[in-house]
Write a protein that binds this ligand. Structure first.
Ligand SMILES: O=C(O)c1ccccc1NCC(=O)[C@H](O)[C@H](O)COP(=O)(O)O
Length: 263
């Protein structure tokens, strides 16, 4: 039985082959090269205090529909007003209801680094992210072997972007560190079972060198969770559900960011 992650990636590959027919790689490369230089995502996340990466997330495999987001640009503007350091945009369509159009809208609306959050398995998607103005991309270690991960990290760097390299366990963390990842996200959500274990970050953070940016991802509900993760060594938190389902995204971002100040 394929895991949820495998099933998501099968759908991503199908959608990707349609886009590759519509927009050949050479055309995408010209679009990417015409973009202004990528913003410094790693620098933004390294800034003192707890950085918040605030996510535009309509739905998820674990929870189904989360929020109707008719205007992702407006939501991103509210995140920026609350002091977000970067905005994450899910572009996967089948399970998350996202799109490259959402990425375009957010890119045009804010001056912060933007993360393209998707299931990147080919260089084409890295070029695509840059062509649509992304500054950061997610690379999920569980979805890639070392050869592919090294190649995608190198292309990301070549295009001036930051790779947020995501891990879930000790073996993946060692792989990310050994391959030279400088921004490592520990996902508290197991992408095979979808269970969230808030202790995952605390367990794996000591394996990530202090020279790296440590990002805690998933299941972060409020400023108390953010403060706990900051004490456990997080430089940044990545938050989706709590921000799109709460009443005031600016205030929620501000509260999480401020919770990290006193760590
Ligand atoms: O969110 C899911 O259910 C999910 C399932 C399978 C693969 C990835 C998934 N989420 C992607 C993410 O990494 C989260 O959107 C992100 O960390 C924010 O999480 P949350 O604050 O819990 O919405």
């Amino acid at each position: 039985m394929p895991s949820v992650l495998d099933q998501i990636i099968d759908g991503v590959r199908d959608d990707l082959s349609t886009r590759q027919q519509d927009t050949p790689l050479e055309q995408l490369q010209r679009l990417a090269e015409a973009q202004p230089a990528a913003r410094d995502g790693e620098g933004a996340l390294r800034a003192p205090g707890l950085s918040v990466i605030a996510e535009v997330k309509r739905s998820s495999p674990s929870k189904g529909a989360l929020a109707d987001i008719p205007d992702p640009a407006e939501l991103a503007t509210r995140y920026a007003a609350g002091g977000a350091s970067a905005v994450s945009v899910l572009t996967e369509a089948r399970r998350f209801g996202g799109s490259l159009a959402d990425l375009d809208a957010v890119r045009a609306a804010i001056d912060l680094p933007v993360l393209r959050k998707d299931f990147v398995v080919t260089p084409y998607q890295v070029w695509e992210a840059r062509a649509h103005g992304a500054d950061i991309i997610l690379l999920i270690v569980a979805a890639l072997d070392d050869v592919a991960l090294r190649e995608l990290m190198a292309l990301t760097r070549q295009l001036g972007m930051t790779a947020l390299v995501e891990v879930h366990d000790e073996v993946e963390t060692t792989r990310a560190v050994d391959l030279g990842a400088s921004v490592i996200g520990v996902n508290n959500r197991n992408l095979k079972t979808l269970d969230v274990d808030p202790e995952t970050f605390s367990r794996l953070a000591p394996l990530v060198p202090e020279t790296c940016v440590r990002v805690a991802e998933s299941g972060i509900r409020d400023h108390e969770d953010a403060a706990m993760l900051a004490r456990a060594g997080a430089d940044a938190v990545l938050v989706g559900e709590a921000l799109v389902t709460g009443g005031d995204p600016s205030a929620a971002v501000d509260a999480m960011r401020s919770a990290g100040v006193a760590r």
